[in-house]
Design a protein around this ligand. Structure first.
Ligand code: F7E
Length: 329
């Protein structure tokens, strides 16, 4: 039985990836922060239904020894490094902790794998935020990076570290350059979930207005469940390589809002208020993926459309709030 180690197993992608790998017969191990173990009801809402099928280890991205010990004891065949401070806005508020945690965390886990289980395949969660002020549209694996946030900068460093471990030490180490991917398990701070949760609250009479920042930004939004399949496909290659994963469609934040409110039978103009404080110091204006390499080599294509994604998220939030549940599934 193949063993997998996932950092950030309790996040959106970690939860979908765990389900996917359990189905494939993997023994699934995950690393979480000790504080999450102290309050599992709150932190593990995305993986509660599979907790009895996976093995959880307490570790910290800030502690090399904790990561090394887990790698040495689990001895995984595949490691997916998904954990990070991934909220772009917060990375402006606390540049130093984002940069420290994201860069050191990636470096520590790469080094732990190299020392403890050098044959283990390694996946790094890279991101379209690395393209930032993009030099071209759409973006592919050859598009130069121009990150526009401390988060984007930390991910470029993680990407470079991963490539260097591949080139210098011959490790099977690769990066998936994933564009925005969402689901009903998305964190509430990200714009899609903020919108769908607000739509459900407004529909149920629990909220009167939704404050948002820049509605003109364009993103390539896909479904997280589709994207974890791409991660796994990359890791099944004989030779490591980096891949762009997205839908090749771009939509403004406003288009997402229109669809989400419209699906609930509401007119967004009655509720959305622009709040300049929610604008970012430097914005990423337009992202659109050219995923033709993934299509050709991995045979991967997204299944869920933008319209289906918006509906799925609004319906899930309406259903959850109708059951009287708070910020969990
Ligand atoms: O913002 C605009 C905001 O925070 C999307 C992360 O998973 O995807 C995500 O990064 C857009 C931006 O995601 C609000 O200015 C307007 O233009 O949902 P977001 P993101 O920054 O694109 C990439 C691929 C990652 O790797 C990241 O980890 O929406 N926007 N008003 C707003 N955004 C938020 N969060 N809240 C607002 O009120």
């Amino acid at each position: 039985m193949k063993k997998v180690l996932i950092t950030g197993i309790d996040g959106q992608d970690g939860s979908y990836l765990s389900e996917f790998l359990l189905e494939k017969g993997y023994e699934v191990h995950g690393i979480v922060r000790r504080v999450s173990l102290e309050d599992p009801g709150h932190h593990f809402w995305r993986i509660r239904h599979i907790l009895n099928k996976i093995k959880i280890h307490a570790g910290s991205l800030e502690s090399y020894p904790s990561l090394f010990k887990i790698c040495a004891s689990v001895k995984p065949d595949e490691c997916y490094h998904l954990a990070a401070q991934s909220f772009v806005s917060y990375s402006f508020e606390d540049e130093f902790s984002t940069i420290n945690t994201n860069i050191n965390g990636t470096h520590f886990i790469l080094s732990s794998i190299k020392e403890a289980v050098p044959k283990c395949k390694f996946y790094f969660a890279a991101t379209s935020e690395m393209f930032g002020h993009a030099k071209e549209v759409p973006q592919n694996e050859d598009t130069p990076f121009h990150p526009r946030s401390p988060y984007g900068i930390s991910k470029v460093a993680g990407f470079d570290l991963t490539r260097n471990y591949r080139e210098a030490y011959g490790m099977f180490a690769l990066s998936g350059i994933l564009f925005n991917h969402e689901s009903p398990r998305r964190g509430f701070e990200f714009v899609t979930r903020k919108i769908t949760n607000a739509v459900a609250e407004i529909k149920l009479g629990l909220l009167k207005e939704l404050r948002l920042g820049n509605l003109e930004a364009k993103r390539d939004w896909g479904f997280s469940g589709d994207y974890v399949r791409a991660m796994w496909l990359m890791m099944q290659l004989d030779k490591p390589d980096d891949f762009v994963i997205g839908t090749a469609e771009t939509h403004t934040v406003q288009e997402f809002i229109e669809l989400a409110f419209g699906h609930a039978g509401l007119d967004w103009k009655d509720y959305v208020v622009i709040d300049e404080n929610l604008y970012r110091p430097s914005e990423v204006n337009i992202l659109r993926a050219d995923y033709s390499k993934a299509k050709k080599i991995l045979g991967w294509e997204p299944k869920v459309t933008f319209q289906e994604l918006v509906k799925m998220m609004v319906d899930a939030d309406l259903e959850r709030l109708s059951r009287g549940k708070g910020n969990c599934k």
